[in-house]
Design a protein around this ligand. Structure first.
Ligand code: FAD
Length: 382
């Protein structure tokens, strides 16, 4: 049986110095924000904030200088990210491009695509969405049906994407389309494209979530012309590329910090009115969080060393999202507190927001069951 390994990583001194800089920047830029706003975690979208982060050199931190990147380490990037998430900073306008669209272009894009997009991403000026899921294709992504058919000057696209986060606010999506149908081989015939979301024929409709917010969308393509030079990688290589992209998506601190604002509120509450049960619960949560952080940092260390830690990344996401989901339940049971929206104490509102958001934590970026399938395969169990 294959096994997994999480080596202990100690952050280098330069990473800790950077932490102080990031905290200072966040204090100056965001001020003192209420916990229920911090609970939006990476859900906020603010182009001006992203430009400022870009000016500080904190987007594309590990990318080559040739493309505007900063050639810093994955561990330094990790520190920036965990500070941003802990503060609930509105990272949405640069987040997807920094985490996955940019790295995808670095690996599979043409020189022209890299020259055109990467420096603009690094400056925090261009926002990306992810166009993978379709109405009948989520976990079984290889079954997508949106067609891109060769035509004069490129491809004509017809079909529908769903759950496309921030498509209504973004400039581009990296989308997966079917460029040919290979009978009985659904993983073949898929290709990835850079799609300008302002192209005629694209209709973006809101989907309102359980909490009444609009962040994801349905994106309909009707005879949309996507130029040939916007295809990413070779035609038909989409499946191999998209699985690489998903690995970028799965191991970071965003997979265990979504309920962090509620942990800090709970700690304040228990400090005010200590109880034995409360102290035990806080101790347990903090110990779990510290362990998850070490596991996630370990994956950042493996990425830094050029390894491919897909199995460990899936483990971090599975255990991490279980942890983020458990926090609202623990707080609810411990304090017997009514979750509220728009009224009540800060703790109640933070709880109210997270109770409604938590079910999505183990769906977005790949469901729990799908991750466990990947883990089982990685361990040689299936
Ligand atoms: C907040 C949020 C944001 C999202 N943003 C985006 C985005 O920006 N772009 C994008 O493309 N997608 C996005 N998604 C979609 C997300 O990737 C899909 O919801 C997810 O992959 C699951 O697909 P599905 O919803 O079609 O569910 P299904 O695949 O239909 O799954 C339904 C249930 O069946 C289980 N299941 C499915 N297959 C198996 C199996 N083989 N074995 C065991 N159990 C199985 C699943 O675990 C799940 O519990 C987002 C989703 C959420 C919740």
């Amino acid at each position: 049986m294959t096994s997994f390994a999480f080596d202990l990583i100690e952050l280098p001194a330069e990473a800790e110095a950077l932490r102080a800089e990031v905290r200072e920047f966040l204090r100056e830029t965001l001020g003192d924000r209420a916990a229920h706003r911090r609970a939006h975690s990476w859900g906020g979208f603010d182009r001006e904030f992203s430009r400022r982060v870009g000016q500080r050199g904190w987007i594309g931190m590990t990318w080559p200088k040739r493309y505007g990147g900063h050639e810093r380490t994955f561990l330094e990037r990790y520190v920036v990210l965990e500070e941003m998430l802990a503060a609930g900073a509105p990272v949405g306008a640069h987040w997807i491009a920094d985490r996955q669209s940019g790295p995808l272009l670095l690996r599979f894009g043409t020189d022209a695509q890299r020259d055109r997009f990467l420096p603009a991403i690094v400056r925090g000026e261009v926002a990306f969405a992810i166009g993978m899921s379709e109405p009948d294709s989520g976990s079984d992504l290889a079954s997508i049906r949106t067609r891109a058919v060769r035509a004069d000057g490129g491809y004509v696209v017809n079909g529908t994407k769903v759950w496309t986060s921030n498509a209504h606010l973004s400039d581009y999506a990296i989308a997966l389309f079917r460029t040919s149908v290979v009978p009985d081989k659904k993983h073949e015939g898929l290709s990835q494209f850079l799609v300008d979301l302002a192209t005629p024929g694209i209709t973006i409709r809101p989907i309102i979530d359980l909490a009444g917010s609009h962040h994801f969308n349905e994106v309909v393509f009707q005879d949309v012309l996507v130029p040939e030079d916007m295809r990413v990688g070779a035609e038909g290589d989409g499946w191999k590329q998209v699985t690489t992209e998903l690995a970028f998506e799965r191991s970071g601190p965003e997979r265990y910090l979504s309920s962090f604002a509620l942990v800090t509120e709970l700690i304040h509450e228990i400090a005010r009115r200590p109880t034995d049960r409360g102290l035990v619960a806080v101790g347990r949560l903090v110990a779990h969080m510290a362990t998850l952080r070490q596991m996630s940092l370990s994956v950042a260390g493996m990425l830094q060393a050029g390894a491919n830690p897909n199995l460990e990344a899936a483990l971090v996401k599975d255990v991490g999202t279980g942890f983020e989901q458990e926090i609202p339940e623990i707080v609810h049971a411990l304090l017997d507190l009514e979750p509220t929206i728009d009224s009540g104490s800060e703790l109640q509102q933070t709880l109210g927001y997270l109770v409604q958001r938590a079910p999505s934590f183990s769906l977005r970026g790949g469901t729990r069951e799908v991750l466990r399938g990947i883990i089982a395969r990685g361990l040689g169990l299936r």
